[in-house]
Design a protein around this ligand. Structure first.
Ligand code: HEC
Ligand code: HEC
Ligand code: HEC
Ligand code: HEC
Ligand code: HEC
Ligand code: HEC
Length: 311
């Protein structure tokens, strides 16, 4: 019992140090003080009043004087349910480079000609302070750049769909629970929402309408892919309550899905000198390590024999 507390204390201390280091690394070497915080919020507010009210409104609710003219309404920046899951880097990118940088409508203009990076961060501090329910910086998680992310035919963002709007993974990947494949949503499924949402002024969404009109499926580029001589069934994994993220990473924070998978020469060299690197996703070692582990710790019956995975 005692040693568990010591271990917990140690873990907490490590986490605290990590958090501090992270803060120092990300805030230009200045540990934030409460005073600096409120000064940032004040400066952010002044910048907001100068640049953003015409569209987003005095209070940030998306009801500024010009809002009525837009098909896609300026975002309600006070809605914490939608805003809190959007990482700072996402907001920074939208404000500096405009809506299209994250697949949003071009009616959200770029401000890189008017605002510096530092000013934009102050503006974001102000937006965070508006959120209801409130934003908790200590639970915020950064954007994840999926390694080797391909260029997809449409800039479809999981940050917006799964992160901000919290559409359930299995609403779109509906076969995961009942078949070998997780499946990708059909054009019709996209159109279920996008017949209206974004149809008039977002060129990325207009592409969905083009595919629907031509009766063509959207040619998504595959990211997670095993060689033909193996088989991976989603159904038993999903039914055993393994979260999608265990194997795919924090998809809801990836602007474009990417993955670091397959064997790597560097790992093989490390193995040669006697170390045991953790297996990279989608290698055989990765499957087998988890199977052994789950059989031992959770009483699973995950196969270790060759033919179940190879046939
Ligand atoms: C000319 C009108 C206009 C101005 C000025 C404007 N915005 Fe926007 N903004 C929009 C529109 C329209 C959207 C919605 C885009 C969409 O959803 O496709 C938007 C979206 C956003 C979003 C994305 C929110 C989300 O939920 O994804 C952020 C953040 C944002 N604006 C911040 C700002 C800030 C900060 C300023 C001032 C520096 C600003 N905007 C100025 C029109 C404007
Ligand atoms: C359950 C409703 C729903 C479904 C289904 C849906 N979307 Fe969306 N989508 C949204 C909402 C809400 C937004 C945010 C609109 C905004 O703020 O401008 C959005 C935004 C977008 C955008 C602009 C932002 C971004 O992600 O880059 C694109 C492009 C998009 N969707 C593509 C798709 C595609 C492709 C599909 C089908 C694979 C799809 N959507 C399915 C609700 C949905
Ligand atoms: C609105 C529909 C929608 C929702 C909700 C959604 N996805 Fe997706 N997902 C897509 C589309 C479309 C693609 C193909 C484009 C891409 O790779 O981004 C995709 C791709 C993927 C891929 C990569 C597939 C490949 O090629 O290997 C994974 C993994 C994935 N999604 C997991 C998730 C998880 C986990 C969640 C929930 C956190 C989720 N998705 C929520 C529509 C959705
Ligand atoms: C135990 C690990 C694991 C879990 C859990 C898992 N996946 Fe997968 N997923 C994989 C592997 C491995 C592949 C590649 C399969 C292949 O190439 O045959 C894959 C492929 C995919 C694909 C590509 C297309 C397809 O139809 O298979 C999507 C989309 C996907 N997963 C989504 C999900 C979602 C959503 C969940 C949660 C409901 C989930 N995955 C849970 C390992 C996993
Ligand atoms: C994160 C852990 C994890 C990873 C990674 C994983 N599995 Fe599994 N797998 C399981 C568990 C747990 C079960 C057993 C579920 C049960 O007992 O019902 C299982 C079951 C299976 C089954 C048996 C299906 C059945 O119907 O009995 C196959 C086949 C399988 N996995 C293949 C793979 C392959 C191939 C990979 C790698 C590409 C892989 N798994 C990666 C956890 C994992
Ligand atoms: C839990 C699932 C699983 C089991 C059990 C399994 N394999 Fe594999 N095996 C895989 C996967 C997935 C790959 C593809 C990995 C890749 O591309 O790196 C693979 C790849 C291979 C390869 C190709 C070479 C390589 O390393 O990439 C050989 C040979 C092989 N397996 C033999 C076996 C033999 C023999 C057994 C039984 C002792 C076995 N496998 C058991 C999942 C499994």
């Amino acid at each position: 019992m005692r040693s568990r507390w010591i271990r917990l204390g140690f873990a907490a201390a490590l986490a605290a140090v990590g958090y501090l280091v992270w803060n120092i690394l990300t805030s230009g070497a200045q540990p934030a003080s409460p005073n600096a915080d409120s000064r940032d919020v004040e400066t952010g507010r002044a910048l907001y009043l100068r640049h953003c009210v015409t569209c987003h409104g005095d209070a940030g609710r998306g009801d500024g004087a010009s809002a009525a003219g837009f098909a896609t309404k300026p975002a309600d920046l006070t809605d914490g349910r939608l805003m809190n899951a959007l990482p700072d880097e996402f907001l920074l990118n939208v404000v500096l480079r405009g809506g299209p940088a994250e697949g949003l409508a071009p009616t959200m203009p770029p401000f890189s000609g008017y605002l510096t990076d530092a000013e934009t961060r102050q503006l974001i501090r102000y937006l965070r302070a508006l959120a209801s329910p409130p934003f908790h910086p200590e639970t915020a998680k950064p954007l994840v750049i999926g390694p080797n992310a391909p260029r997809q035919p449409i800039l479809f963002s999981h940050v917006i769909h799964a992160g901000s709007f919290q559409i359930a993974c299995q609403y779109c990947h509906a076969d995961a629970r009942r078949s070998e494949y997780a499946g990708l949503p059909s054009v019709e499924r996209c159109m279920g929402c996008h017949k209206i949402i974004g149809a008039q002024d977002n060129p990325e969404i207009a592409k969905i309408h083009d595919y629907a009109r031509r009766g063509q499926p959207i040619p998504w580029v595959r990211v997670f892919k095993l060689p033909e001589f193996t088989s991976f069934p989603h159904k038993p994994h999903v039914r055993f309550e393994l979260a999608c993220q265990t194997c795919h990473g924090p998809i809801e924070r990836m602007r474009v899905v990417g993955a670091d998978t397959g064997p790597k020469l560097a790992d093989d060299l490390v193995r040669l000198v006697g170390f045991r690197p953790t297996s990279r996703a989608l290698t055989m070692g990765w499957c087998v390590d988890c199977h052994r582990d789950q059989n031992r710790t959770r009483g699973a019956h995950a196969p270790l024999d060759c033919v179940t995975c190879h046939h």
